[in-house]
Design a binder for this molecule. Structure first.
Ligand code: HEC
Length: 262
């Protein structure tokens, strides 16, 4: 009897652990979790969870910490800069539970768009030859400010002389930063979703004249400022796929892509 129990003991424990382990995510749940993760977490922890400003979230390490710990951290945050998603009411309990289970599994690899697919995202709303040859308003456009309205995916243009709001232009999901072109005539915006927008400050009111989406996750854009190359090119720094994409400075046409690593 004693011997049988000796064998049964570890078996029972293993069965108990299995019963407590959260169920693997269904394909639909995985898709949902990946979307929330991409929107809310990838910016700090990386699309592939390898860490950025937040630590790497390795599935093995996450499993050791356990699903209850993960739920508590996602709900209440951590002092070192992890937001309290649940307490702030941004994520619901079911989202938190889903994310906690998602972190136990291997991260799905996001798709890598081909260069041809990237080129198809390119749209010119007003071609360079149809743009004004002088400003269509009397404001001092050289003293315009651009203010990123991140959560609404917009950019506010402000007249620095008059301290007036000139206009608000749509630029896309979670607009990240703005850069002024070399001549100062254009503002370039890049969204966290990789969408680049070119805003012509000479239009009345200023508006987006071209756009393209060189990647799925980006953080930076810059225009060429070297003498002889003013406003000729723009370059976008992408997190996913880890690339730099060179665009035409006046139309945002994708011209080339450099892989950084994969
Ligand atoms: C603003 C940046 C930021 C965002 C966005 C963010 N985190 Fe964090 N996260 C951090 C930082 C920084 C830490 C480390 C904090 C500390 O140790 O005090 C952390 C820690 C964690 C930990 C604990 C890791 C460990 O080893 O104990 C988990 C789990 C986690 N984050 C999950 C998430 C999830 C899930 C999301 C999305 C809902 C998310 N984080 C969004 C910055 C962020």
């Amino acid at each position: 009897m004693k011997r049988t129990l000796g064998l049964l003991g570890p078996l029972l424990l293993a069965a108990l652990a299995l019963a407590q382990a959260p169920a693997p995510l269904s394909p639909a749940e995985k898709e949902e979790a990946a979307k929330i993760y991409f929107d809310r977490c990838a910016g700090c922890h990386g699309v592939l969870r390898k860490g950025a400003t937040g630590p790497a979230l390795d599935p093995k390490k996450m499993a050791e910490k356990g699903v209850e710990y993960l739920k508590a951290v996602i709900f209440g945050g951590l002092p070192g800069g992890m937001p309290d998603w649940g307490r702030q009411g941004i994520l619901k309990e079911k989202d938190i539970e889903l994310l906690a289970r998602f972190l136990l599994e291997q991260p799905p690899s996001p798709p890598v768009p081909t260069f041809e697919e990237i080129r198809k995202t390119w749209k010119v709303h007003v071609p360079p030859e149809k743009r004004p040859t002088k400003p269509l308003h009397n404001r001092n456009w050289q003293n315009f400010f651009g203010q990123v309205l991140r959560d609404t995916g917009q950019v506010a243009i402000i007249d620095g002389d008059k301290k007036e709001l000139v206009t608000i232009v749509p630029t896309g999901f979670a607009t990240h930063i703005l850069r002024s072109s070399a001549t100062g005539r254009y503002f370039m915006a890049i969204g966290r979703d990789g969408k680049a927008s070119l805003i012509d400050l000479w239009m009345n009111p200023p508006q987006v004249v071209a756009e393209s989406k060189p990647c799925l996750d980006a953080r930076s854009i810059e225009s060429s400022k070297f003498k002889g190359y003013e406003d000729k090119y723009a370059v976008v720094g992408c997190y996913w796929p880890p690339t730099m994409v060179v665009l035409d400075g006046l139309t945002l046409e994708p011209l080339g892509r450099v892989r950084i690593y994969v």
